[in-house]
Design a protein around this ligand. Structure first.
Ligand code: C2O
Ligand code: CU
Length: 500
């Protein structure tokens, strides 16, 4: 039986905007009529899902993250350092062993609210970091503790989930590695974070969002980096087995990742085990990851290249240089990672939900900005976590929905424990990397290409393509589904799916 979209509506009103102890209610502070940010009267306080209980004997990995402006030298001197946003002084990489709990305290020292979304982690809804949906936004000066046990090994990342164009665009992101998936150890484990920066000749940020970009393929940066460096050279053991964890954390750039100078195999997609596939070029849209395994040449000083083939001319984005006394390893064969612990979808019994990606011309009719009691400006759009225009829609519904609710009703409701297929139908002339929160899905069929079945949390859908993904809806809650070209997300290509 097909699932009819849009039949379930949110009954409760949400998103009381609370700042400095003042709870705003509709009509009280000059909202244009017809736009309801919060229901007036008592008892309308949003309830959020409950945090998971951590057992007393849990092994805990504690991290302190402070979102604040820091200075980082992105371009070589004499260009001045750039005022970026980050969680820690250097690049933020958190490594846990499988089974450990993460207890991450986020201190917000920004001038606006923020949260952390743990991208790709199948965690309890309360820890998913979506303001107004799964938690109260963390206001300037406030802290919030994220506490959960990541169920899966792999390469993940985390980032804010509101005003993401600005916050992620200025650098706010970190890597989360969950170790314990190797069947044969590597000699070196290299994290490579790909992203552009949109800065001018003196190192200052340029506007991150443009109408031309948001309505097409996204606004691109001009300063391409791996781990904040341009074309870095990483010294790794000569003759050694290297694992490259490659993350595309850019907001719009697509990478066709290849390696020259050595054979490489893809062993994980979005952190999840894939039977080793010989690498030619592997397409990674924004938010997508691939883990590679390779053997370095033995001769010290020899370099191999990580290459992006997506551009008209291939671009070397980083090099690995064989260093030190060569290791003497037996002949190389790529070792598979351990199998994933994700429930296998039962495709034969699955119901299909169709998700059409299209353009939308509806203007987001937003009331004027709010002047808060402390004098700061709260943009209405910020409270909705979107820009002041919409260009995109899911099933004809741009976010926010035409209703006067702050949160639109779910696009669809799935029954807990059942397998669902989502057929993503791209009716636009642009690619869209579609991301589901809360579940890792299997990409298994396409109307355009042969698909190597693989696990993912984000998948590219090409123009005119119909792509099928499947998963067991085993994680209850209201979850986001959106395009990870962040300008598309913030101009309408975003929705909620519900699992009950
Ligand atoms: Cu990395 Cu909702 O996204
Ligand atoms: Cu998109």
């Amino acid at each position: 039986m097909p699932i009819i979209p849009g039949q379930n509506s949110i009954s409760r009103r949400r998103a009381i905007l609370s700042l400095g102890g003042v709870v705003l209610s509709a009509g009280g502070l000059g909202y244009a009529s017809g736009h309801v940010l919060a229901e007036s009267g008592k008892g309308a306080q949003q309830t959020y899902p409950a945090a998971p209980d951590m057992p007393a004997n849990a092994k805990v990995h504690a991290e302190s993250l402070t979102a604040i402006q820091r200075s980082r030298q992105l371009v070589t001197p004499p260009t001045r350092a750039t005022d970026i946003l980050s969680y820690t002084d250097g690049p933020t990489v958190i490594r846990l062993k499988q089974g450990e709990w993460l207890e991450a305290t986020l201190n917000n020292r920004l001038h606006e609210h923020t949260t952390i979304h743990w991208h790709g982690i199948r965690l309890p809804n309360a820890m998913d970091g979506v303001p107004y949906l799964t938690q109260k936004p963390i206001m300037p000066g406030e802290s919030f503790v994220y506490r959960f046990q990541p169920p899966d090994t792999g390469t993940f990342f985390f980032h804010p989930h509101c005003n993401t164009v600005e916050q992620l665009g200025r650098g706010l992101a970190g890597v989360l590695v969950i170790e314990g998936d190797e069947t044969r150890p590597h000699d070196h484990d290299l994290v490579c974070v790909y992203r552009d920066w949109r800065i001018d000749a003196v190192g200052r940020f340029q506007p991150m969002m443009t109408d031309a970009g948001a309505s097409k393929a996204g606004t691109f940066g001009n300063h391409r980096t791996i781990n904040d460096q341009v074309q870095p050279v990483f010294k790794v053991p000569a003759g050694g087995d290297i694992r490259v964890r490659f993350l595309n954390v850019d907001m719009s750039r697509v990478v066709d990742l290849g390696v020259t100078g050595a054979d490489a195999w893809v062993i994980a997609t979005d952190g999840n085990q894939l039977p080793p596939q010989k690498l030619k070029a592997w397409r990674l849209g924004p938010a997508m990851r691939a883990d590679l395994t390779l053997r370095m040449p033995k001769e010290a000083g020899t370099r191999i290249q990580l290459v992006n083939y997506y551009a008209a001319q291939p671009i070397v984005i980083a090099e690995l240089e064989a260093a030190d006394t060569p290791l003497d390893r037996p002949d190389f064969a790529p070792a598979p990672l351990k199998a994933v612990a994700i429930p296998e979808p039962d495709i034969d019994s699955a119901e299909t939900f169709q998700l059409r990606l299209s353009a939308s011309s509806s203007p987001a009719q937003l009331p004027a900005d709010l002047v808060m009691p402390d004098g700061s400006i709260q943009r209405y759009a910020d409270a909705l976590c979107l820009a002041s225009k919409t260009f995109w829609a899911f099933n004809g519904q741009p976010w926010p929905n035409a209703s006067h609710e702050v949160l639109p009703p779910p696009l669809v409701t799935f029954k807990r424990g059942r397998t669902y297929i989502i057929e993503i139908i791209n009716q636009t002339p642009h690619i869209h990397p579609i991301h589901l929160h809360g579940h890792t899905f299997k990409v298994f069929a396409s109307s355009k290409n042969d698909v190597i079945p693989h696990w993912a949390d984000t998948t590219i859908v090409a123009p005119k393509e119909r792509l099928k993904i499947a998963f067991v809806a085993d994680n209850p809650g209201d979850w986001m589904i959106h395009c990870h070209i962040i300008e598309h997300q913030e101009t309408g290509m975003m929705g909620i799916y519900r699992v009950v």
